[in-house]
Ligand binder design. Structure first.
Ligand SMILES: [Zn+2]
Length: 142
């Protein structure tokens, strides 16, 4: 059974705006919500400490996001980042970084938006749906 992530339209717009503002660099941030079933409820901003073409979330942003999530009865689900080139496929660096955060949710914002769950085999694609699109944005069959 495939897992579907519901992406609220305001968050979809915010992700696209932040990705656009950061061009030509990668934007990044943290996803706040509930884990099962995956439910994305808020975005938390983060400074990108990575070199050009990479992202590295500032550790303080992660701690602040975690405090915020806990105070709202939620969790930090994982990171999101943009691919200014438009291709939403996770890079080898993304797969490697995902191993350090098992079970985390990853969103990659490019021409489209794709969601992944970090597992033993790297990042596994999830279905994404949003009211703005009216249907499923991506299928897990890559
Ligand atoms: Zn990436």
């Amino acid at each position: 059974m495939s897992v579907t992530l519901h992406l609220p339209a305001p968050l979809l717009r915010e992700l696209r705006e932040q990705a656009e503002e950061a061009r030509p660099h990668e934007a990044c941030g943290l996803l706040i919500g509930r884990r099962e079933p995956p439910s994305l409820l808020a975005l938390h901003p983060a400074i990108n400490r990575g070199p050009a073409g990479r992202f590295l979330i500032d550790a303080l942003d992660l701690l602040v996001a975690r405090d915020r999530a806990v105070s709202e009865g939620l969790e930090v689900l994982g990171p999101w980042h943009s691919h200014p080139g438009g291709d939403c496929a996770p890079s080898p660096a993304d797969h490697a970084a995902a191993k350090a955060w098992p079970g985390s949710l990853w969103l990659v914002v490019g021409r489209s938006i794709r969601a992944f769950r970090a597992g033993d085999g790297g990042l596994q694609a999830l279905l994404v749906e949003s009211e703005e699109q009216g249907d499923v944005l991506q299928s897990p069959a890559l």
